[in-house]
Design a protein. Structure first.
Length: 319
């Protein structure tokens, strides 16, 4: 008689894989992907704004802070919004819900109960992170779009500013160049070491002089060589304390670059663009906070409202 081979019992690893296939359903994957996409999109926009901030650090040594203050202020408000959104999603919604899910899974007696508790966890996360409300999602999408467009606008403006800085650096190299000068061109700057050596040589060429008493100053001033000594003292006074051309070159380059950059930042197109960005961002943020107030009476969204309007500027009372 032919005997059939007996099927071996499933191993613990295969049982765990089977349970994972049951729990990780297509709906679960879609919900997790939506939550991950929301967090990653906020992080991506924050990096765009951080890149805009990094590109403007080349101007920190120039006296143009007053012209850049509106853009600085608006970018900081955008970063404040993104930081609070990420903190709220990660530490006030997902992490507390996860800590509630862990003991429930450990106490579960079947796979169906584990799946049910996990679905409750996903539903709570979607509800409290505003990923289920279409109106809130639309408002958040508008705000993130404004932030991205503003970061791109800042990059375009900094391209013109970088061209001005590069031109100023090129002019500095031309000043240090030893090539023949054109007729009417200014004389190249004398190195500081050569200037000091000339000063020492002038002092040594003049004969030594002892300061005469008060009663003999008129007679001593007429001794031989007094004119050479006077000329040497005058030359020494002119050289002492005067900055060299090499020392004045960076200051002159900063002044020229600051003038050109102020002209770029004072254009009406730039000013009007920044004002439009600020107006759109403020109006959409006000609308979002007003919408969140309607949903925050019986949920954790009240914490987000308090963070976004910590000063009460939008009419909410901080906690």
């Amino acid at each position: 008689m032919r005997q059939h081979a007996r099927t071996p019992p499933p191993s613990p690893r295969s049982r765990a894989a089977r349970a994972a296939q049951l729990s990780v359903a297509p709906r679960v994957c879609a919900v997790c992907a939506r939550a991950r996409r929301g967090c990653c999109e906020c992080r991506h926009v924050e990096r765009q704004l951080s890149g805009a901030w990094l590109s403007q650090q080349a101007l920190k040594e120039l006296p143009v802070a007053r012209a850049l203050f509106p853009a600085y202020s608006l970018r900081q408000r955008m970063v404040h919004l993104l930081h609070n959104l990420q903190y709220f999603m990660a530490f006030e919604v997902i992490e507390p819900r996860w800590h509630e899910l862990e003991p429930q899974v450990l106490r579960a007696s079947s796979v169906d109960e584990v799946i049910a508790r996990h679905n409750d966890f996903l539903d709570a996360c979607l509800k409290e992170t505003m990923l289920r409300d279409a109106a809130l999602l639309k408002m958040l999408a508008r705000l993130l779009t404004i932030c991205v467009i503003f970061a791109d606008f800042t990059a375009v403006v900094m391209t013109s500013v970088d061209a001005v800085l590069a031109a100023a650096e090129l002019s500095h190299q031309n000043v240090r160049d030893d090539s023949p000068r054109a007729p009417g061109a200014s004389k190249p700057a004398m190195p500081q070491g050569k200037r000091r050596r000339m000063h020492i040589a002038v002092r040594r060429a003049a004969p030594a002089r002892a300061r005469p008493p008060a009663c003999a100053r008129v007679v001593a001033s007429r001794r031989p060589g007094w004119r050479a000594r006077e000329r040497a003292d005058a030359a020494s006074r002119r050289l002492r304390g005067r900055p060299t051309a090499a020392a004045r070159a960076p200051l002159r380059r900063r002044q020229v670059a600051s003038t050109h950059i102020r002209a770029i930042l004072a254009e009406k197109d730039y000013i009007n663009s920044v004002l439009r960005f600020e107006e759109n961002f403020t109006s959409n943020l006000t609308e979002l906070i007003a919408k969140l107030q309607l949903h925050s009476k019986d949920g954790v969204l009240a914490n987000l409202v308090a963070r976004l309007d910590c000063s009460g500027h939008f009419g909410t009372s901080p906690l």
